[in-house]
Design a protein. Structure first.
Length: 567
């Protein structure tokens, strides 16, 4: 653009310098030798839908000596794809690149024939990807005389065929967190789904900021393009305010969800405004040869541009970027870019979902909850707190029956999302049922008298055995070995007392658990096998004795019969 070349060329530095430097006159800062252009500072990686910050490009812009320590105003445009965001930003560029005189007489709109700057074109396919910033910040003096760097930010359009809900939420949230003025670019009207998307995206940004502050973001402008009802609300800010008041109005007749949505939006931004723009004309929207020629744009659109752009970019109206109430510089802004992109690259934030996916997930979780509750009710009937002890095999059979019923109930429940989506929730149900089964096993075992008293029984048996062995070694004169058994006896007595005190008073619970675990370990690894072997031997001996007794009885009977015959 010809106005961008206004100034004197410093041949030593190779940079364009401002010629006038008057109050309110923008001075384009640069350390590049090339023409100013839109630079992609945040790139979308399509393979895994992650984001990459081009720190080198961003440092070149923000750490330029002319702006590095100046306060900054960032104007961002976000919204659905193919709705004219980049087209609008190029008029911002044209205004900022014009002289004060040209801006005052309104001729800045006609500063050039073709509309250049941020990449734009007609058509239905996405043009902008990631987040773009104009490579040359504009430096102006604000109302109090301080120099301020003005940055223009263009964002990837939301809801295209290549972007996930997380992509859209991340781009919108990042631009809202980083901008001092967020322009929400809408088509034809402010609809309920527009407000719902805004609620999702801003809440995602507020979650990333880890703040519950009532006003986490600064200024929001609803820019309604192609407004077709000027007889209801006229073009411009006045009509926009009337429309916005109706759309964000809260009444008692509204559903609670609608009221909460409107309160949420008002609570997120310090200021909210609205501007209604007319259609730019059929030539603009339908001709593939249109390149931004101002004479092909409807006069009404030009007039509203002449109202909107100066209002937003006038030095008296510039919104300085603040974070936690502190006006930041370009140097500090670079650190916030790095910090925010790291937040969204991490795994701390939840995955934002579409309304369908969120509803399907809730639907499947409800089915999981109902099926698990059915399993618990069925198991409570057979082995609940009031039911008697059940053998392990019978308990396993009842678990299998109730488990199959719960799975069958889950599969029969009508759910959204399809069979493949429900599969992960079926696995979740299976895991939760197994965990619940472990709890029922513990409850059932507590009803077994021996298992509940195993610790004291084992300790008492050990003490008796230990005392007998100790006395034996003392009798035969092996006092050293008897002393070892005596020490073991003391340890067993201390363990039993600790366990009893823990169970009775509720204190020293960890010590009581340690005693239980030690006894359980000894029982499972040594005593159980020894006891079973001893019982088998006892049964075998008893069986032999019984057989011998029967044989002797038969012999005695035979002898008696023979004796009677002899007589």
């Amino acid at each position: 653009m010809s106005s961008m070349r206004k100034g004197l060329m410093d041949h030593e530095k190779g940079a364009w310098l401002d010629e006038e430097g008057s109050h309110g006159e923008p001075r384009e800062e640069t350390t590049f030798n090339s023409e100013p252009t839109a630079v992609r500072i945040i790139e979308t990686l399509n393979e895994d839908h992650s984001f990459r910050l081009d720190e080198a490009a961003l440092e070149k812009i923000l750490l330029s000596p002319e702006v590095v320590d100046k306060k900054v105003s960032i104007i961002s445009v976000a919204g659905a794809f193919r709705k004219g965001k980049s087209f609008l930003l190029n008029f911002f560029l044209r205004y900022l690149s014009s002289s004060a005189e040209v801006r005052l007489n309104g001729e800045w709109i006609h500063a050039a024939d073709a509309l250049t700057g941020f990449s734009w074109r007609g058509g239905s396919e996405r043009e902008t990807s990631g987040i773009m910033i104009w490579s040359k910040p504009f430096v102006v003096r604000n109302a109090v005389g301080d120099e301020v760097a003005v940055l223009l930010m263009d964002t990837q359009g939301a809801f295209d065929s290549q972007s996930t809900v997380k992509d859209c939420a991340t781009i919108f949230a990042l631009s809202t967190m980083l901008s001092s003025l967020q322009i929400y670019n809408l088509s034809q009207n402010v609809q309920e789904d527009d407000l719902q998307h805004l609620q999702l995206f801003t809440e995602y940004g507020r979650l990333a900021l880890e703040t519950n502050a009532s006003k986490p973001f600064q200024s929001l402008l609803f820019l309604v393009r192609d407004w077709s009802f000027p007889y209801e609300a006229e073009y411009g800010f006045l009509g926009g305010e009337r429309l916005l008041e109706r759309r964000l109005q809260i009444s008692e007749k509204q559903h609670t969800e609608l009221q909460q949505l409107r309160r949420h939006i008002r609570s997120c931004f310090e200021t909210i405004s609205c501007f209604l723009m007319p259609h730019p004309g059929l030539r603009v929207s339908t001709s593939p040869l249109f390149r931004g020629q101002i004479n092909e744009i409807e006069l009404e659109f030009q007039q509203q541009l002449g109202s909107l752009v100066p209002r937003l970019l006038d030095v008296r109206n510039l919104v300085l970027k603040k974070i936690n109430g502190h006006e930041i510089t370009c140097r500090e802004l670079l650190e916030y870019f790095r910090a925010y992109i790291n937040i969204f690259q991490g795994e701390e934030l939840p995955e934002p979902k579409s309304m369908l996916m969120a509803t399907a997930e809730a639907n499947n979780l409800a089915a999981v909850s109902n099926s698990k509750a059915h399993y618990v009710r069925q198991m409570e009937e057979v082995c609940g707190g009031d039911a008697p002890y059940m053998s392990s095999n019978d308990l396993a059979e009842e678990h299998e029956r109730c488990h199959n019923e719960a799975i069958r109930l889950f599969k029969c429940t009508r759910k959204m999302g399809g069979a493949d989506f429900s599969l992960q929730f079926l696995e979740k149900l299976d895991c939760e049922i197994e965990e619940q089964y472990e709890s029922f096993i513990k409850v059932n075992n507590s009803k077994n008298l021996f298992k509940s008293m195993r610790t004291p029984a084992v300790l008492v048996a050990f003490m008796i055995f230990d005392y007998i062995v100790q006395q034996f070694f003392q009798i035969i004169g092996l006092d050293t070995i008897a002393g070892l058994f005596s020490a073991a006896l003391c340890i067993a007595i201390a363990a039993l007392c600790t366990w009893a005190y823990s169970r009775y008073s509720g204190n020293l619970r960890e010590a009581g658990v340690m005693v239980d675990e030690a006894v359980t370990w000894a029982w499972q690894n040594f005593l159980s096998s020894l006891t079973q072997e001893g019982m088998h031997r006892a049964v075998a001996i008893g069986h032999r004795l019984a057989q011998n007794g029967s044989a002797n009885h038969l012999l005695d009977a035979a002898h008696k019969r023979q004796h009677k015959k002899r007589q």
